[in-house]
Design a protein around this ligand. Structure first.
Ligand code: HEM
Length: 456
């Protein structure tokens, strides 16, 4: 029951005429803005940008409600964003209602446990290739390396394509789209009507057109010739609903774009952050090495090792707690609703920030400190279910979470057995909340080769 009579209005900071709280939001960084908002106005707080009413909700119980009631009182509304509509179309992350439900059902089997096990070799193959290009004592930006590595892995998994080899044009088009999407989604261009052009938008459209042509011709070729590719596109092409219908070419294009952009940058960022965290926490690094030594015994990991690498899994969880790549999830209210005693009117944008809630001392002791061990004694059972939600929740939960964990664990354990990465003392490491949460200035490290490194 959605009772909205005689409730309080959420409170927030005063804004400027027309632009509202725009300058505070971008000038300080969205992370600092949201943190201050909760400190000053509590778990339900309002702000506005260019007349767009927004409400931050920070209590896990309210977050749970909004995530579970998406499709009922709340919707995603992503398609109203110019770049999302242009690039992702009606893919899984942006579609809604019955259409989304059908697509999710068709795509889900491609992410089942036994299917994703087949991607382990791809992760190891490209990690080894990266290691071959590294030298002892060298200084590298490991964030760049992780972005390129995940780009290669995701493109191979999706399209059986090597974007740094024979398909460089695909890689370049993906790069331009990724840069321009960031500029569209987390800057002033977000507020530019879709009919207005800009040099960035011209570049974005050209890259999308280019990639569309490549994808359409790939799909066409796959439909007309015998297909022996073991990739996600093949699985999506073979998927059928209850009436025996498969996806159209356009829908396949939208899903491939969606998986690429939802999958590569998020996972790459989680890996970038872990190298920074391990470099600053030597005792944790030593515990990780002890587990890898004990379980992998200086061999490259395999899919079946994943279950037993429990400390490595705790490192994955703790990295995503401190640096959740999907740092904020948005929903719009479909009608007037009540949240925690407050009225939130129809059409309001709801902000749920995993960055904020996962650093809340009510749920996590020493919330700013990297403590993987906290996950090893049943913490998840003691905290509210949505105090930790790096992959969202409810029906719209991340479809790629197991794949992300697989890639993270295999890459981390392959590299950590071969090299120590030491962040340079003068490197400023600062999170930037764009489409994903990334290290603003990269992460420059010095590589130290482990002479007792890996065989096989
Ligand atoms: C560490 C890595 C990742 C993180 C932190 C992450 C985070 C998230 C979050 C928070 C959502 C929910 C968004 C919302 O409710 O509005 C989401 C949805 C989604 N993610 Fe991920 N993701 C990761 C990796 C991946 C990978 C590897 C893929 C696929 C290749 C993927 C595909 C998707 C898709 C398709 C959705 C939309 C699902 C739907 O609405 O049905 N993600 N992800």
């Amino acid at each position: 029951m959605n009772q909205v009579n005689s409730l309080l209005q959420p409170q927030g900071p005063a804004g400027w005429p027309v632009i509202g709280n725009l300058t505070d939001f971008f000038a300080q960084s969205p992370l600092a803005f949201l943190t201050k908002l909760q400190t000053e106005f509590g778990d339900v707080a309002s702000f506005s940008i260019f007349g767009r009413k927004s409400v931050l909700i920070a209590h896990p119980n309210d977050i749970e409600r909004v995530l579970l009631e998406t499709g009922k009182y709340f919707h995603k509304g992503y398609k109203t964003i110019f770049a999302v509509h242009l690039v992702l179309g009606n893919g899984l992350a942006s579609s809604e209602g019955e259409f989304w439900r059908q697509q999710r059902k068709l795509a889900q089997p491609a992410f089942h446990h036994e299917r994703i096990s087949g991607y382990a070799d791809t992760c190891i193959h490209f990690s080894k290739r990266l290691l071959q290009s590294w030298q002892d004592g060298e200084v590298r930006d490991v964030h760049q390396d992780m972005m390129l590595l995940m780009q290669q892995i995701v493109a191979k998994i999706l399209l059986d394509t090597d974007v740094t080899g024979e398909a460089q044009d695909v890689g370049q088009a993906f790069d331009v789209i990724q840069q321009e999407m960031s500029a569209e989604v987390m800057g002033w261009r977000l507020f530019l009507p879709s009919f207005v052009s800009s040099p960035g938008r011209v570049r974005l459209r050209a890259a999308v057109d280019n990639l569309d042509r490549i994808l359409q011709s790939t799909i066409k070729k796959r439909r007309t010739t015998s297909n022996n590719h073991n990739d996600l596109l093949t699985m999506l092409m073979e998927a059928r609903d209850e009436d025996g219908n498969g996806m159209t070419d356009r829908q396949l294009r939208d899903e491939i774009m969606t998986f690429y952009f939802a999958g590569f940058e998020t996972t790459a960022n989680s890996l970038s952050w872990v190298w920074d965290l391990l470099s600053r926490n030597h005792n944790i690094r030593a515990k990780l090495e002890a587990e890898l030594e004990q379980i992998l015994a200086r061999k490259y990991p395999t899919f079946s090792d994943l279950r037993t690498l429990s400390y490595t899994e705790a490192i994955f969880k703790e990295t995503l707690r401190l640096y959740p790549p999907g740092w904020s999830i948005g929903r719009f209210t479909s009608e007037d609703v009540e949240i925690n005693g407050y009225t939130v009117s129809k059409g309001t944008e709801i902000w749920m920030s995993s960055w904020l809630t996962q650093r809340d001392p009510r749920w996590f002791s020493n919330p700013e400190t990297f403590i993987p061990d906290r996950w090893l004694d049943g913490l998840e059972k003691r905290i509210p279910r949505y105090a930790y939600f790096p992959f969202g929740g409810g029906a719209r939960t991340c479809i790629g979470n197991s794949l992300a964990q697989l890639a993270f664990t295999l890459i981390l354990s392959t590299i950590a057995q071969n090299y120590h990465l030491e962040v340079l003392p003068d490197q400023i490491v600062e999170p930037e909340a764009g489409v994903t949460l990334r290290p603003k200035h990269g992460i420059k490290v010095r590589l130290h080769h482990q002479w007792s490194s890996v065989r096989g």
